[in-house]
Design a protein around this ligand. Structure first.
Ligand SMILES: Cc1cc2nc3c(=O)[nH]c(=O)nc-3n(C[C@H](O)[C@H](O)[C@H](O)COP(=O)(O)O)c2cc1C
Length: 158
């Protein structure tokens, strides 16, 4: 069975996780980019506002078609206890055609539960996991990540 990774990353943490997953699964890794600027203090405030309000954004086109894969792994930072606008937009665009969805959150704090609950409202059967930014940066998250994606690997072997 085939897998593909899609991610958004502002400061590189989720990108590191996404690339790790794709390397492990030997599958495509696609960055989701939108047309907004999230830079600086203003970008931070705007990001929090867009996430809280569940606003959608315009995504740059992607060459990998998510509906062509059996397993989709999405990696998103937590913004204001929710998924980022680019990931919400991606989900809204494709969710009816996605098969098995796995969501990996990265966050600065301790509590991903609101973000996970909010994601599951959009994709009820998704498999969630979350990693603290600190554990990604010092690589202590790797064992847990590999256990999470072992599922994919097994499926890929079938
Ligand atoms: C606009 C904004 C809002 C954030 N809100 C939260 C939050 O509610 N809870 C949390 O734990 N971390 C929050 N963070 C921190 C990010 O989730 C964390 O640093 C993440 O790992 C960054 O991923 P990235 O480097 O891939 O962008 C926020 C960061 C930004 C920029």
């Amino acid at each position: 069975m085939s897998s593909a990774v899609f991610y958004f990353s502002k400061s590189g943490v989720s990108e590191k996780v996404a690339k790790n997953i794709a390397e492990r699964l030997k599958c495509p890794c696609t960055r989701l980019m939108d047309t907004k600027s999230w830079k600086g203090p203003l970008g931070f405030v705007k990001g929090g506002y867009y996430s809280t309000q569940e606003k959608l954004v315009t995504l740059h086109s992607i060459s990998v078609q998510p509906m062509d894969y059996d397993n989709i792994c999405i990696v998103s930072p937590v913004w204001a206890s929710k998924m980022v606008p680019a990931v919400r937009t991606f989900i809204r665009l494709y969710k009816d055609s996605l098969k098995n969805v796995h969501i990996v959150f990265t966050l600065a704090g301790d509590n991903p539960s609101k973000a996970i609950t909010n994601f599951l409202q959009e994709v009820p059967n998704a498999e969630p996991i979350a990693f603290k930014q600190k554990s990604v940066l010092n690589n202590s998250y790797l064992n847990d990540l590999y256990a999470f994606i072992e599922n994919f690997s097994n499926l890929n072997d079938e």
